[in-house]
Write a protein that binds this ligand. Structure first.
Ligand code: ATP
Ligand code: MG
Length: 495
């Protein structure tokens, strides 16, 4: 069992290493100076850039090479700015492999074309002349997302193997979780007491189970006690047992959790909630390695490894006198901290795929995966309830999902409306510098909202607080206005 956990960890590390390669891009535009400008911008940022001057060259490149993202212009013929060639190319690429993020370049203010491209599966668009920062942000987001998904798929494949052999399910893709996994494999086999810290729902119990599973005690029990939930009066009896007649209700001898765990592991959950008087009793047992059943004066040796967990700051509790320092010292021979989910977003795709697979099979739903925008929302959310909240969110999504993939509409109402500020949802994505006209701002807002709703006009109108008719009129207006406003598609980028 130990070896298999190690194997899982190592291959994930290898996967992480593989993804640190330079991302490969294919940029397509019929204008040599645009390609040169892109190359000049992107190469120093660590991208490998290949270029194509026509749709035919893009097709040829895709037939033999693989890329992390494509950046394609929509117009290739001088005498038309319809973008039809580009749109056709886009549709072809998406049909071939919709996991490659395609970002389209459109002439400034050619809103209709951008919207149509998004509808056909472009992941994002950039208007020419482009702003370097915005282009870099879009690319980084899309490449990160693609790589995270690829890792998740690899891991899900590995994980299915692990599950098939009945081993603990422990997903760890993010570097911080790789460190946790390494700690587990290092200290697991020893008998050292381990204190696991972390917020609610981060996976402390999963860590405890995995520790037990890789220990030499794996064939014996791991006995869990939610120490915080045991009533004070029953604490001793629960943990150490009692003999018949020890107190009014003690009609039989009762074995305590420590005795039950003899030879195995005892998991003391929510240890921070144990009152001081009980802490003293616990300390005595840990120091002596012996228990006494309540009402008995006979000492029993127990061979138990203690793993405890808390979401409170026990050091602060020691300082304020609520927790015994000597007890903490006994418990935390090794401390493993499980980071909050928002601190290790790389884990979100892997965990999402994991829970999706679990619930799709449990509820017998033929769901294949996620729509990119839904996954993007999952990745941006702050997850105050951590992995447990993600699990519940996906269980719900599977239940309400009526499509082949989980879409944004399957996430809870209002989900992700106030996400953390990240590159992907940077409010600057709608750039409203001083000098932007109200009309221009309105236009950008409408377009961004359409993008966020996957071009669902009804929903976009709802969010914007305007009627569907007004939205249609606005779009028509922009289309007409942009026909005049487009100063020619091949602008040299502003830098
Ligand atoms: N790395 C992980 N891989 C797979 N599943 C996980 C992982 N981390 C957490 N989970 C799942 O998330 C849920 C919450 O995890 P767990 O109960 O271990 O959290 P916890 O930190 O003990 O929470 P609490 O502090 O509320 O007791 C469980 O269903 C668990 O299986
Ligand atoms: Mg727990």
């Amino acid at each position: 069992m130990q070896t298999s956990i190690k194997t899982g960890g190592q291959s994930a590390v290898t996967a992480a290493k593989g993804s640190s390669d330079r991302p490969r891009l294919l940029a397509a535009d019929d204008q040599q100076h645009v390609l040169e400008a892109l190359d000049l911008l992107l190469r120093p940022q660590g991208y490998e850039v290949e270029t194509a001057k026509s749709p035919a060259m893009v097709r040829a490149a895709l037939a033999t090479e693989s890329y992390d993202a494509l950046l394609i212009d929509l117009n290739y013929t001088r005498d038309t700015t319809s973008g039809q060639e580009g749109l056709d190319l886009l549709s072809e690429i998406v049909a071939l492999d919709n996991s490659i993020p395609v970002i389209v370049m459109t002439a400034w203010a050619n809103i209709e074309l951008a919207v149509e491209a998004m509808r056909r599966g472009a992941r994002d668009f950039i208007q020419k002349p482009w702003e370097n920062e915005r282009l870099l942000t879009i690319l980084r987001t899309q490449v990160d997302l693609r790589r995270a998904l690829q890792r998740a798929e690899r891991l899900a494949a590995e994980n299915r193997l692990l599950q098939a052999e009945g081993r603990p399910e422990f997903i760890a893709t993010a570097p911080q979780m790789q460190a946790v996994l390494e700690a587990i494999t290092r200290v697991g086999p020893s008998d050292a007491n381990v204190l696991i810290t972390g917020e609610h729902g981060t996976g402390k119990e999963v860590v405890a189970r995995t520790l037990h599973a890789v220990s030499r005690r794996a064939s014996r029990l791991m006995v869990s006690v939610n120490t915080g939930a045991v009533p004070e009066a029953l604490f001793e009896s629960e943990l150490f047992g009692h003999v018949k007649g020890a107190f009014t209700d003690a009609r039989f001898d009762r074995i305590g959790r420590f005795e039950l765990a003899d030879g195995g592991t005892i998991f003391l959950d929510e240890i921070g909630n144990v009152p001081l008087r009980q802490q003293a009793k616990l300390l005595r047992v840990l120091e002596a390695g012996e228990i006494e059943r309540v009402g008995s004066s006979r000492s029993l040796r127990v061979d138990v490894r203690v793993v405890s967990a808390t979401n409170t700051d026990l050091r602060a509790a020691c300082t304020s006198g609520q927790f015994r320092e000597d007890l903490l010292f006994r418990l935390n021979t090794v401390e493993i901290h499980v980071p909050a989910l928002r601190e290790r977003r790389e884990d979100i795709p892997a965990l999402s795929v994991h829970f999706l697979t679990r619930y799709a099979s449990r509820y017998r739903r033929p769901i294949q995966g996620f729509e990119a925008s839904a996954l993007q929302l999952l990745m941006q959310y702050s997850w105050p309830g951590n992995v447990r909240e993600l699990r519940n969110t996906l269980e719900r999504a599977v239940i309400v999902c009526d499509a082949g993939v989980v879409e944004t509409k399957h996430l809870p109402p209002g989900f992700g409306q106030a996400p953390l500020r990240t590159a992907a949802n940077d409010p600057d994505a709608v750039r409203l510098g001083v000098g932007t006209t109200v009309e221009e701002a309105e236009k950008m807002l409408i377009l961004k909202t359409l993008e966020a709703t996957s071009n669902n006009k009804t929903r976009a109108a709802e969010i914007l607080g305007i009627s569907l008719k007004t939205l249609h009129n606005k779009l028509k207006e922009y289309g007409a206005a942009s026909a005049e406003a487009v100063p020619g598609k091949e602008e040299v980028p502003s830098s």
